[in-house]
Ligand binder design. Sequence first.
Ligand SMILES: Cc1cc2nc3c(=O)[nH]c(=O)nc-3n(C[C@H](O)[C@H](O)[C@H](O)COP(=O)(O)OP(=O)(O)OC[C@H]3O[C@@H](n4cnc5c(N)ncnc54)[C@H](O)[C@@H]3O)c2cc1C
Length: 534
Amino acid sequence: MKTFDFVVLGSGIAGLSFALKAARTGTVAIVTKRERAESNTSYAQGGVACVTSVEDSFELHVRDTLEAGAGLCDEAVVRKIVTEGPERIRELMALGVHFDERDLEGGERELDLGREGGHSKRRVLHARDATGREIEQSLLRAAELSPNIAILENHMAVDLITTAKLGFATENRCVGVYVLDEVSGIVETFRTDRLVLATGGCGKVYLYTTNPGVATGDGAAMAWRAGVNIANMEFIQFHPTCLYHPMARSFLISEAVRGEGGKLIDRKGREFMGCFHPKGALAPRDIVARAIDAEMKRTGAPCVFLDITHKPADFLRERFPTIHEKCAELGIDIAREPIPVVPAAHYQCGGVMTDADGATSLRGLYAIGEVACTGLHGANRLASNSLLEAVVVAHRAMEHVMRKVPPGGPTNADLVLPEWRSGDALDVDEMVVIYHNWDEIRRLMWDYVGIVRTDKRLQRASTRLGNLLREIQEFYWNFKVNTDILELRNLATVAALIVDCALLRKESRGLHYTLDYPESDNRRWKKNTVMHRF
Ligand SMILES: Cc1cc2nc3c(=O)[nH]c(=O)nc-3n(C[C@H](O)[C@H](O)[C@H](O)COP(=O)(O)OP(=O)(O)OC[C@H]3O[C@@H](n4cnc5c(N)ncnc54)[C@H](O)[C@@H]3O)c2cc1C
């Protein structure tokens, strides 16, 4: 058994931001399931929304966030995150994160602010179109220099250990986690009184996604198995513009391209967003994604196009170097021809229920970043609010820990956790079953639980998932665990949570759109969908 003051699961912006602060007071293990930089954070392009300009105000950022959230944001949480943003951004900059600046008359410089859909002002700080990579690298550099932080790559958290699981009769709390060392194949026991889930989202539950392979919803699934409340999983944000090309997997074309005047057109060059929303291509993401979906269904076309050819080639190379280069590799010159795009699953607005401090209903367990549902996003996330949320809530969570369970305070030092028992389980020889189930889940979620839903399709998905979950459960207990089985079990659990939440909500709101109930019903449904495990 290994013991740490803090165990942080995940090395994206949320986990690293927390770990850097925690390391000032105790020992920290960062458990991360692949190479340390592999995270959604590393792929974020657009930037971080934060009020930094005199033309902007906290009030406007709050208003834009509430408007996007379609009545389900927790306004108090929104205010906290928006107003504490600038201080956290200054800390990121002090760690070496370099956001783009622009020249002013008289030789002065100021932050170059991008504009994205749903924002009434330019307020998105960015590092060209690779903001996430810039943040991830700076945080990792700082973490690597800290003597109190151990970064454990290729280590996958399997399940949380709670006092209830140990058979204690007193208050339930989190006391550790089982972790699979992917190289040795051994499941280790980590003991801690402060466990932080920072495992990101679940984009991989869908066939088409902008997320990298690590986004399999592990945190939400582990929390659910430990009896923690999960909320609002029906609100999956589909990004309207993922590159459509057989050789490109999950490559996002940032909303900032539309912010710079990019137009959405069909294959005949006709702009179509004007028929769907007065803000055209800069309408909120859910509306743009639904419009593209409708346009593709209406015309039978496999994709639509994003046209930024009115901008000079030099500007595009400078402002969007990653997109420019990726498209060029595939033979698309974005200065001369429109980019083929389709919508894809992008962001999980719901998740493990927490307060504004990242505290969950299970003592000792915190959830921060995309895995959490703090109340900031409501039924729809305002673009670029997620990096902001992760960095603000990481700070707040640390303050909460110091108030409630500071390292060095009272602890059950004698608590010995049972080792993981694999029994006489055999190695998996039928990997094909795992890959088949994995594909089946992702396709059924895309076909039945996608951008436009109906009760009938959701029920179909529910029946299939019920069967799959039973089969996977059997596998899980009969064979020695490996990452494929663990991820499959988590994917199936999270898919079922999405379907159950979607089935419960008998209305359309924000990102949840169903043909059976196309209107919002404020009287009955202006509330979170909370899943309790009894
Ligand atoms: C292509 C793309 C572009 C985006 N652009 C923007 C943007 O411009 N602005 C914005 O605000 N947001 C953007 N987002 C969303 C944003 O990047 C994410 O919401 C945010 O980075 C999530 O950070 P996180 O720390 O919560 O999770 P992540 O950065 O996803 O990190 C999760 C970590 O947990 C680890 N992990 C997962 N499961 C386990 C397990 N079982 N055991 C151990 N480790 C585990 C992963 O390996 C990873 O290290 C974008 C997302 C994508 C995919």
